[in-house]
Design a protein around this ligand. Sequence first.
Ligand SMILES: *[C@@H]1O[C@H](CO)[C@@H](O)[C@H](O)[C@H]1NC(C)=O
Ligand SMILES: *[C@@H]1O[C@H](CO)[C@@H](O)[C@H](O)[C@H]1NC(C)=O
Ligand SMILES: *[C@@H]1O[C@H](CO)[C@@H](O)[C@H](O)[C@H]1NC(C)=O
Ligand SMILES: *[C@@H]1O[C@H](CO)[C@@H](O)[C@H](O)[C@H]1NC(C)=O
Ligand SMILES: *[C@@H]1O[C@H](CO)[C@@H](O)[C@H](O)[C@H]1NC(C)=O
Ligand SMILES: *[C@@H]1O[C@H](CO)[C@@H](O)[C@H](O)[C@H]1NC(C)=O
Length: 510
Amino acid sequence: MRKSIFPIFLVLLSAIFSHSLQQNQPIKTVVVLMLENRSFDHMLGWMKQSINPSIDGVTGRECNAVTANSTDIICFSDDAEFVDPDPGHSFEDVVQQVFGSASIPSMSGFAEQASTMADNLSQTVMRGFRPENVPIYAELVREFAVFDRWFSSIPGPTQPNRLFAYSATSHGSTSHVKRQLATGYPQQTIFESLREDGLDFGVYFQNIPTTLFYRNLRKLKYASKFHDYDFRFKKDARAGKLPNLCVIEPRYFDIIGYPANDDHPSHDVANGQKLVKEIYETLRGSPQWNQTLFVITYDEHGGFYDHVQTPFIDIPNPDGNTGPAPYFFKFDRLGVRVPTIMVSPWINKGTVISKPKGPANSSEFEHSSIPATLRKIFNLSSHFLTHRDAWAGTFEQVFSEQASPRTDCPEVLPDVSPSKRIQTDENRGLSEFQSEVVQLAAVLNGDHFLSSIPDDLGKKMSVKEAHGYVRGAVSRFLRASREATKLGADESTIVDMRSSLTTRSSSRHG
Ligand SMILES: *[C@@H]1O[C@H](CO)[C@@H](O)[C@H](O)[C@H]1NC(C)=O
Ligand SMILES: *[C@@H]1O[C@H](CO)[C@@H](O)[C@H](O)[C@H]1NC(C)=O
Ligand SMILES: *[C@@H]1O[C@H](CO)[C@@H](O)[C@H](O)[C@H]1NC(C)=O
Ligand SMILES: *[C@@H]1O[C@H](CO)[C@@H](O)[C@H](O)[C@H]1NC(C)=O
Ligand SMILES: *[C@@H]1O[C@H](CO)[C@@H](O)[C@H](O)[C@H]1NC(C)=O
Ligand SMILES: *[C@@H]1O[C@H](CO)[C@@H](O)[C@H](O)[C@H]1NC(C)=O
């Protein structure tokens, strides 16, 4: 009997403590920007030497053999510029990069994997940016917090990793699955958990909101949550009307006058830097600044080298799903480390955060840490989304160390000059990711019912055509959803557009 008194006392104490933590926690708005396909070492690794020695970055003594066991090695250098072509980052590519010829993640196969794709790509993946070439990150790392142990959720490509960020699972996908895209992914998201407790969210998109890959977000009741970034973000920030969760989606298409700013190779990282600068300065000038946390992260590493071993022990499968043949991936390993920076006046200057303290011994920061932390700081009544967000580290400690918000945060960040010397080519073909986005647009537009679509649609389009098509499809879908709401349709309905060959739209239950 006596033995049990102590544990009960501890449980009570921690309940009281976490209660007061939630009441005192200052953050009411979390702004998330997820960029594309760059590893931690590629973007931030060199900041260890020149900005903060406590960052787990590179020294230049990190090397990979170009072919297994050969003496032809490439060591990590600091001369990254822009990248064309795109290094490999499919599930199979990442297996080779991470394991090399070892049986545990030795991070030794990056150069070799790249050598199978293109001449000199091995050199490319072994390069990182000098801090002066990513001046916005250099300043934010000096002023705020960098997470140097944040991994992508699965060792694979964009879409599954993006899905983890707001639902803590990819519902069994390890690649981009067209059928799932057409129907939309069915799982519960953190957006719905927020709405259930009367909290609000907004998606500020530039070309197309990829958050519409979640089927539930296509419902009428959420149509009013999608906003054109250019028209609304600054306006809402100035008026103090940013919702509790703001998701900012970058421009995925490179158009003259509107360059892509998602950092995806071969897009110029200078444009990603400009986007981060614009968001930062907008938030800094907002009346909501003192209650805002800005999270910048990357979906996956994009094939670029990183030296930190990817975790593979005691990683929980989110929901019982396994990946497709031949790997039948059990979702029991994380992907490669990606850059993550957090900004808030509540964050101490020069903070470096590594491994989380729990909730499990094996817990790490990964994209599911976003819903896990939102659930915690907003005291959401819903259950965890999956086993993965229940396990992922939460990051509320990053803004819990100050008694009041800092008043010395810079109002303006450095200017960014373009690093890329080649001209925008609007007539080039689409990258794999862009054609996936076109397929989503085809679904929204009702064109996927046409037999020739979607397989060929993206292949035939230039970047410029795809951009126009995607914009049209999204605005048509959102407009039809708003009209259906006005006409009194059930709020859980999903608008089913007819192909633009006909002009009518109809709706059915989702
Ligand atoms: C958190 O929510 C629960 C109900 O879900 C409530 O009992 C508790 O008081 C809330 N805590 C805080 C700090 O708001
Ligand atoms: C590389 O060396 C390891 C261990 O010595 C060996 O098992 C493997 O087969 C070698 N790989 C190649 C491609 O030679
Ligand atoms: C590859 O690198 C070599 C040596 O640095 C250089 O001479 C050659 O032009 C490069 N090839 C391409 C296609 O960039
Ligand atoms: C980056 O990720 C997306 C998802 O894999 C992939 O389609 C694309 O080809 C990768 N590189 C990118 C995004 O260009
Ligand atoms: C934020 O808090 C600081 C410190 O209390 C205060 O000086 C400043 O005016 C506040 N800024 C805004 C926008 O409320
Ligand atoms: C966590 O690790 C510590 C030290 O290795 C060990 O003593 C403890 O039992 C572990 N806890 C759990 C829940 O596995």
